[in-house]
Design a protein around this ligand. Structure first.
Ligand SMILES: Cc1cc2nc3c(=O)[nH]c(=O)nc-3n(C[C@H](O)[C@H](O)[C@H](O)COP(=O)(O)O)c2cc1C
Length: 157
């Protein structure tokens, strides 16, 4: 299983975190990173596990980098059954629609049949948290959960 990290960004934070996560898990997995603005959701592979890292902009809107991906989901309505992903949202709780961009992508993926695994991670720019640290911890948690699911599905200890 390879890991595909997809980032949706306006000003680069989601991209930076994605590269840091990739560095942290590289070696354990083969990792690819793609900007969501270049990705057609219909072409995502069921063989990969997807780590989706997406911010929020405007007034609870998608970052511009995630708009083509969301539009393709709404217009082409691809069948994403069997596709697996986990979600990490970047936002700022001083805004009314905290982390809404990641929720929108999550809702669209699930509406088309994809399945979310592991915890839904979030980074709040108004907190004292370290975004990169939080992102790495989230990815580790997700992959640990996933390992457990795969192990029990195959009956191995
Ligand atoms: C103009 C602007 C609007 C924003 N609007 C929201 C918002 O509505 N909700 C939210 O949770 N965060 C909002 N944010 C915070 C961003 O999501 C946060 O700074 C994030 O780390 C940006 O990540 P990016 O560089 O990958 O786009 C906004 C930030 C800016 C600069």
């Amino acid at each position: 299983m390879n890991i595909m990290i997809l980032f949706g960004t306006e000003s680069g934070n989601a991209e930076l975190i994605s590269f840091e996560i990739a560095e942290a898990i590289n070696g354990r997995y083969t990792v690819f990173i793609r900007d969501m603005s270049d990705v057609d959701p219909a072409e995502l592979s069921r063989d990969d596990f997807h780590l989706v890292v997406c911010s929020t902009h405007g007034e609870g809107e998608l970052p511009s980098g995630a708009v083509p991906f969301a539009t393709a989901l709404m217009d082409a309505k691809p069948d994403l059954r069997g596709l697996r992903y986990a979600m990490f949202g970047l936002g700022d709780s001083s805004y009314d629609n905290y982390s809404r961009g990641s929720d929108v992508v999550d809702e669209l993926l699930r509406a088309h049949g994809a399945k979310r695994h592991g915890p839904f991670g979030r980074y709040d720019a108004s907190s004292q948290d370290d975004a990169i640290q939080l992102g790495k911890e989230w990815a580790n948690e997700v992959l640990k959960d996933l390992q457990g699911v795969q192990t029990s599905a195959t009956g191995k200890n």
